[in-house]
Design a protein around this ligand. Structure first.
Ligand SMILES: [Zn+2]
Length: 419
């Protein structure tokens, strides 16, 4: 990091400290409020409980800001926390066999580099008790998860477990566990994954989606969210929700003809409201909230299927993970100015990751305190399996390669250690 003037760092520290205090107070207020609300709802079961909850939650949606930096009120905010409150890594959860190395990686690499957030892509790699039919083979056990929880707690790293919701319900010819077990939730049952021929294809099949309006879906999905956040002892949940290509399908009896932006925002808010009932917070990838045509960002890292207007329909406390891998795009500012907390998410190019980090620091210094408070930091992403990535991480440095996820992560670690 280029040395910032002391005055700026001091101002950022004061601002961040204010945010922490404010967030903690409003979170406590909300918890008290929700306790009272829960009792009221229990008493008034004959009244439309669901509507009552949603109305009350809407009123509090600006007050449920949780902080991602764990500091006591009296503790001095470090220069790094002031510059980049969130230093995250988004990665798949390890296999059972890979647990020892993964724990070592947290302890010896992430913690000394002062990472404070781990988004763990668990999906079906957990021995779910609520829905055992959805487990992968040989999934992580409760004891495995508790090992991860303990090591992260020890080092002040918060965990946001991730289950891909809405989109990414298949990959190539493989239908993933949710639609395999509950095919009735499929938004496009007429599209057969076994016919997948690569991209592009006549079916427009990239990944399957579930139908956000299927009446039985929330019962299953909510149970998974409750169980995974309980076992990880966390108030953060990442629902993925990226690259949703199938939405408002013409053949879906529930969604045909509906506005894709409203359907997308509806599912975001449904999950958000479910989490908010127990004081938890939703994180999602940001691509469906960006207009791929207007920005030139295209159909993957932004939306070409009319979901982008959802950015103005989702609750303001949804945390947006804004991913861009091959340029240092400026879209985090867009989300911050919409009043949404955002982190920029690089992948495999060290030069862009550092540029994105420096942009984030600079924006936090030069925007209004209000906008700066939404610009939260950097979350590096890893898209190979965790075990495979760690082999790369601990393996020899590749020579002459410009793109490497391990190199990108190491570069960010160096930068954080300097601050
Ligand atoms: Zn549908």
């Amino acid at each position: 990091m280029r040395a910032a003037p002391n005055e700026i760092i001091r101002n950022l520290r004061v601002q961040e400290k204010f945010n922490l205090t404010f967030n903690r107070q409003t979170t406590n207020t909300m918890k008290r409020f929700l306790s009272i609300l829960a009792i009221a709802v229990a008493v008034c079961l004959t009244v439309s409980a669901k509507n009552a909850q949603n109305q009350e939650l809407d009123q509090t949606q600006n007050q449920t800001q949780l902080t991602l930096v764990e500091q006591s009120n009296t503790q001095e905010i470090s220069a790094l926390d002031a510059a980049l409150p969130v230093r995250g890594l988004a990665i798949a959860a390890p296999s059972r066999q890979g647990m020892d190395l993964f724990v070592k990686f947290i302890e010896e690499e992430l913690a000394p580099a002062r990472f404070n957030l781990l988004i763990l892509r668990v999906d079906w790699n957990y021995e779910f008790q609520s829905h055992p039919e959805l487990r992968d083979e040989n999934p992580l056990t409760r004891a495995d998860v508790k090992r991860l929880v303990e090591i992260c707690k020890k080092h002040g790293i918060r965990i946001a477990p991730q289950i891909n919701l809405l989109g990414h319900q298949s990959w190539a010819k493989t239908t993933h566990n949710l639609l395999r077990e509950y095919p009735e939730f499929d938004e496009t049952p007429h599209v057969k994954t076994e016919n997948y021929t690569g991209w592009p294809n006549d079916d427009g099949l990239y990944c399957k989606s579930y139908c956000p309006l299927h009446p039985d879906m929330p019962r299953v999905v909510n149970a998974l969210i409750d169980e995974i956040t309980e076992v990880f002892e966390t108030d953060l949940f990442h629902a993925g929700m990226d690259e949703v290509f199938y939405i408002a399908d013409d053949n879906c009896p529930r969604c045909a003809g509906k506005d894709p932006a409203e359907l997308f925002a509806g599912e975001v808010n449904r999950i958000r409201n479910h989490l908010a009932l127990t004081g938890k917070r939703l994180m999602i990838w940001g691509d469906r909230l960006l207009d791929g045509s207007l920005t030139g960002l295209g159909a993957w890292e932004a939306s070409m299927n009319n979901t982008a207007r959802a950015v103005d329909m989702i609750a303001k406390d949804v945390f947006v993970c804004d991913w861009h891998y091959d340029r240092a795009d400026l879209t985090a500012i867009y989300f911050a100015m919409k009043g949404l907390d955002v982190a920029t998410c690089p992948w495999h190019r060290p030069e862009f990751a550092v540029r994105q980090m420096n942009d984030m620091i600079r924006w936090r210094q030069q925007t209004t305190p209000k906008t700066a408070s939404h610009l939260r930091g950097i979350i590096e992403t890893v898209w190979s399996g965790a075990d495979q990535f760690l082999r790369e991480y601990y393996g020899p440095e590749p020579e002459g390669k410009e793109t490497s996820v391990a190199m990108t992560l190491k570069r960010l670690m160096e930068e954080y250690k300097k601050m």
